[in-house]
Design a protein around this ligand. Structure first.
Ligand code: ASN
Length: 471
């Protein structure tokens, strides 16, 4: 019912209260409990906030997001609320501060309705790595919703909030958006402050929204974006708006990455949809050309060498002493750390910490970490070179549609989910997954656009245009 902010606002204009809107979502959350999108619902608090915002609306003092009900991924800090990154090691931990992104949403009167399930520390592509149980894809419940922001995708796709927030290190917003038929937007690295985002791989992590409309994606992202004294890697300017401009016929230069289109693992129906999209764009007079990006094979290895290295360092703070869960009956530092970490972290997280420690270790550092950094630079340079000639790059979001729960057992197979999404994180560019098709198996899938650094308006404008062309 309230699938976009415009719909919420028009209901409010016609006499619906924000309390009504929140109550609607709470009922839906209860009815769809079994998909397990939420780890916690802030029921009483959301109703109370809604009452306050109803009063503000009456007094004409409400913020830009009054009436917007948002779920946040469980790796975003929210003062006096639990945050666990879906890990046992942080079970019961309450945050003592609020992430900048969340704070800015609240400042504009968005209502935070709860914390959303995800893969533990954002490591995964199916949400099966959550320590608190997996999430069902609301489109077909025997399928995964994708990951790591699987709860964020499932909650919005099931109609449990107006929008949701996730984080994207290597595709964690775009891949679940593709699997659930949503828009998933990863802005340029640094557009949104990472302060209060539980770090996985700091030079990759970026917060972003899941929405049903481009207008909502632009609005929410702009609210969260802009400089922040708590994150030195954040953009140095204030951002008020990402205006959506009209795209004129024949004005675009689109490069489609032929290596992705020809990739062996790509589902033929996704390939066909991409080819059709290319034809539609050409018919509208745009320049659409194949471009070569010959590093597809290097993408996943480079991503996993570098992100695991960063993760091994970032996750060293979870000792059971400073944060979260302390193992029972332990003596001395070594035993305390060992037992708390062994019991607190899940298998995938442990695997990545070990891999990251290995690639950073003396003797292997140059062979893996330094080499990985060099390849990253080559990928960045090539991406920028292509985007100096084209407005956007067009490629699939995922090789296939959502898979069966438990259906992908092989780690490499799981990592290959990210083959088309990690380019934007390695290069830092903004990228978006747009719900462009439905497969004959009944599942949605997305197409992806990669834009120029800090040109979110341009990317969102082209996205809106492409989604309109589709209809
Ligand atoms: N976090 C992400 O962006 C997802 C990616 N599949 C990973 O496991 O690293």
């Amino acid at each position: 019912m309230y699938t976009s902010f415009d719909k919420v606002k028009s209901a409010i204009d016609n006499g619906t209260t924000v309390v009504d809107v929140v109550s609607h979502y709470l009922k839906q959350i209860e009815a769809k409990k079994h998909i397990h999108a939420f780890l916690e619902v802030f029921e009483a608090e959301a109703i109370q906030k809604a009452q306050e915002i109803d009063a503000k609306i009456k007094n004409n003092t409400a913020g830009k997001l009054a009436g917007m009900v948002i779920g946040i991924k469980d790796n975003l800090a929210y003062k006096n609320h639990k945050v666990s990154a879906a890990s046992k090691i942080l079970e019961g931990f309450e945050s003592i501060y609020t992430a900048t992104a969340v704070e800015r949403l609240i400042q504009e009167d968005a209502i935070i309705i709860g914390r959303l399930n995800c893969d533990e520390f954002a490591m995964g592509s199916s949400n099966e790595n959550s320590a608190f149980g997996n999430v069902l894809n609301p489109i077909q419940e025997d399928k995964v919703p994708g990951g790591s922001s699987g709860g964020s995708a499932a909650a919005l796709a099931a109609g449990l909030c107006t929008a949701s927030i996730g984080s994207d290190t290597g595709g964690s917003i775009r891949q679940p958006a593709s699997f659930t038929g949503l828009i998933g937007f990863k802005p340029t690295y640094g557009t949104i402050s990472r302060y209060g985002l539980l770090a996985y791989a700091s030079s990759f992590d970026q917060i972003g929204p899941f929405t049903n409309t481009i207008k909502d994606a632009a609005l929410i992202t702009a609210v969260m974006a802009g400089k922040d004294e708590y994150d030195g890697t954040a953009i140095q300017e204030d951002i008020n708006e990402f205006p959506i401009e009209k795209i004129e016929k024949g004005s675009l230069k689109v490069g489609y990455i032929s290596d992705c289109l020809e990739s062996k693992g790509l589902n033929p129906e996704i390939k066909t949809k991409l080819e059709q999209t290319i034809q539609v764009l050409k018919k509208e007079g745009h320049t659409v050309e194949p471009v070569s990006f010959p590093y597809l094979d290097a993408m996943v290895p480079t991503y996993y060498v570098l992100t695991t290295a960063e993760a091994s360092s970032n996750l060293s703070r979870y000792t059971g002493v400073h944060f979260g869960r302390l193992a029972d009956n332990v003596k001395g530092v070594e035993e305390t750390y060992k037992k708390s970490r062994s019991e607190g972290f899940g298998e995938e997280v442990k695997k990545r910490i070990m891999l990251g420690t290995f690639v950073l270790s003396h003797g292997y550092y140059d062979a893996y970490y330094t080499k990985g950094q060099k390849v990253r630079r080559i990928i960045q340079n090539k991406t920028n070179e292509l985007l100096s000639e084209y407005d956007v790059l067009l490629l699939p979001t995922t090789p296939d549609t959502a898979f069966k729960i438990g259906g992908v057992k092989d780690a490499i197979q799981m990592y290959l989910q990210d083959i088309f999404t990690v380019q934007a994180n390695l290069a830092g560019n903004p990228a978006i997954s747009l719900p462009m098709g439905t497969h004959s198996n009944g599942l949605p899938f997305g197409l992806q656009l990669i834009g120029k650094h800090q040109k979110e308006s341009e990317l969102l404008s082209i996205s809106a245009y492409l989604m309109d062309l589709k209809q």
